[in-house]
Write a protein that binds this ligand. Structure first.
Ligand code: ACO
Length: 327
């Protein structure tokens, strides 16, 4: 079966930095609490009028440069986000328009922090079956638009950013070796936005409340499921690729919380030097987190040609997934 390989990566983080010390002035928290419980020091915040698709355009330019492909070569754009520019049209359509990928189909994926891994799995399936050859995946979020900056349980975690990856049919032994996706909709209430959908439309019965359009989370419940499912999903893709945890050169996990990442690595028996983290400077950027981390890892020389990379993510839905890639 033809494998999909990543031939280009791009990343974009907005200019504005929101530090833990800034948050100390907004809610009852401290830099010490945030850093020790999450590993986060600062996160980026998009400008007013800077949409999710605008951040993707910046990430796309870098991905085109590193892949050698042009926008017109792209057959499919997948945009993973829970913070779309509009409810209609899709963010992938907005990206297509802005980067002029005139020959592509488009689709959005709503799988929160696991969105980019969903994109990898979809791209792998389409490339393996020959439906499409060149696929561009974006993981991008303007989480500041759905964050309640009066809620210390959530506002210390989230940041904005975008990552892009270009995949094509592999002509060597590199590429995606295995993927796994899973969801549990029964746990929908653990991480959700109550208002703005058909269940509770804006202004229904004249009771519009902006707070209803912001993210709510049962942090420690989510934490427990994240540790369990990220570990299970990782073990599964490693086995499906015919490997053992020792074979993995680098774990590039969703940057949710340093303690979740460490627990996942422990479960796999992986030493910290095999784990990539950039959570300190970006916080949790949901769907953008994995491509931002992959990009940084490549830039820093932590991923080299031939390396076996494990990526795993978990988020609202609940949704989770993992992938093993030979670089
Ligand atoms: N500053 C100071 N104290 C705080 C803060 C804060 N920012 N936030 C919570 N606390 C307090 C709580 O009120 C609580 O106080 P109490 O004991 O007096 O009630 C105490 O700290 C402990 O609270 P916990 O919620 O038990 O803290 P925990 O160690 O679980 O850390 C955290 C909270 C960081 C949110 C953690 O649970 C976590 O990271 N959860 C997972 C988040 C995640 O991965 N989400 C999924 C992806 S997001 C997406 O899909 C968009």
């Amino acid at each position: 079966m033809t494998r999909a390989k990543i031939i280009g990566l791009g990343a974009y983080a907005p200019e504005r930095i929101l530090s833990n010390h800034d948050l100390e002035k907004m809610v009852d928290t401290t830099d010490e609490w945030i850093f020790s419980r999450t590993g986060i020091r600062e996160r980026r915040i998009a400008a007013t009028g800077e949409d999710t698709s605008d951040m993707c355009v910046n990430a796309a330019a870098m991905a085109f440069e590193s892949s050698g492909l042009a926008a017109s070569d792209i057959d499919l754009i997948i945009a993973a986000t829970v913070t779309p520019d509009y409810r209609l049209p899709s963010t992938s359509c907005m990206i297509q328009k802005k980067i002029k990928a005139v020959n592509s189909a488009t689709m959005d994926v709503v799988a929160a922090c696991a969105g980019f891994i969903h994109g990898l799995s979809i791209a792998q399936a389409y490339i393996a079956t020959g439906v499409y050859r060149n696929i561009m995946i974006f993981g991008a979020e303007k989480l500041s638009s759905i964050t309640d900056y009066e809620d210390r349980n959530t506002c210390v975690l989230f940041g904005d950013g975008a990552g892009a990856a270009i995949l094509t049919a592999a002509d060597d032994d590199s590429g995606i070796l295995s993927t796994y996706l899973k969801s549990d909709g029964n746990l929908d209430r653990l991480l959700h936005i109550p208002g703005g959908g058909t269940n509770k439309p804006y202004g229904a019965n004249g009771n519009y409340d902006r707070k209803e359009t912001l993210l709510r989370m049962s942090g420690n419940e989510v934490f427990k499921y994240a540790v369990r499912h990220m570990g299970d999903a990782s073990m599964r893709v490693i086995k499906d690729a015919g490997l053992s945890p020792d074979d993995i050169d680098l774990l590039v996990p969703h940057q949710a919380n340093i303690r979740i990442i460490k627990a996942t690595a422990d479960r796999l028996g992986m030493p910290q030097e095999k784990v990539f983290m950039n959570i300190e400077k970006f916080g949790n950027t949901s769907a953008a987190s994995v491509p931002l981390a992959l990009h940084d890892a490549v830039q820093q020389g932590r991923i080299k040609k031939g390396d076996l990379v494990l990526s795993v993510a978990f988020g609202g839905g609940l949704t989770w997934g993992a992938a093993v890639i030979r670089w």
